[in-house]
Design a protein around this ligand. Structure first.
Ligand SMILES: [Zn+2]
Length: 262
């Protein structure tokens, strides 16, 4: 993207009174977390692995659950660190130019980067917690992973004996209604809507830019590959996110509610 265009987008961010970002797998690939659905994705290469993320199979098949717990124990997600793109969004928030962040990612890297929980909606849940599929019990992932390492290959809920699963939204599982509603309100309020590292094909998250557009917001698509929204976006950015997002946020300048530095 030419610098002049980057300046234009930065100007929109400066002038906006409410900015919403939606992030997808593309923002975490530079942290070493594979895109599950992309051309090099885990599920694209190994469709059997997708079963572990499909509720019907997970609930009905002990083998699928054992496989899923082994995947969780061995996942690279626990050591992944936020990258420059995550950090740039934290900076944007500190400049008072990011008011809402909806993420399709379950890796918790926005949280790890220091994004304020109050402005963040993890619309597909997160892997830091475990939930019981029968009662309301929730607990830290670490505790349940310790049980798996100690030999329980399909740990059950200690309260009710129910099936445990990471607190993510599996295929075939409904989103949390309150999270979806909050996301839609955040999209509707946006003067500028940044769609970052998402292919914008997985609904209902993919419907959020449409809500923003319908309410008069400007749409900026930042993704390595084409998205269905490119033709109606006000700007389309293709450059690697770890480079272009910090450059963009830098151009926004020091405005708004800047927190005192330490
Ligand atoms: Zn339970």
């Amino acid at each position: 993207m030419p610098d002049t265009d980057l300046d234009t987008v930065a100007g929109w961010l400066r002038d906006a009174s409410y900015v919403t970002a939606l992030t997808g797998a593309g923002i975490s690939t530079e942290s070493g977390i594979p895109d599950f659905r992309g051309p090099q994705g885990l599920w694209t290469k190994n469709p059997a692995a997708e079963k572990t993320a499909t509720l019907e199979y997970y609930m009905s098949d002990t083998e699928v659950r054992r496989h899923a717990w082994q995947n969780r124990v061995n996942s690279g997600m626990w050591t992944a660190a936020p990258n420059a793109a995550h950090d740039a969004l934290v900076t944007l928030e500190r400049k008072g130019r990011l008011h809402a962040l909806v993420t399709q990612n379950v890796d918790g890297l926005h949280h790890a980067a220091g994004q304020t929980a109050a402005i963040t909606v993890e619309i597909h849940g997160n892997v830091r917690e475990v939930k019981c599929m029968t009662c309301d019990w929730r607990g830290p992932m670490d505790d349940t992973l310790a049980r798996v390492r100690d030999g329980e290959d399909d740990p059950e809920c200690r309260v009710c004996g129910g099936i445990l699963k990471s607190a993510t939204i599996s295929f075939g599982e409904n989103l949390v209604a309150e999270d979806l509603h909050r996301s839609q309100v955040m999209a509707a309020r946006a003067d500028v809507f940044l769609a970052i590292g998402t292919s914008l094909v997985v609904y209902p998250a993919a419907g959020l830019p449409e809500i923003a557009l319908r309410n008069g917001g400007r749409l900026v698509v930042m993704n390595a590959e084409d998205t269905p929204y490119d033709p109606v976006a006000h700007a389309v950015v293709r450059e690697p996110l770890g480079t272009i997002l910090p450059a963009l946020v830098d151009r926004v300048g020091s405005v708004g509610n800047i927190r005192p530095s330490r």
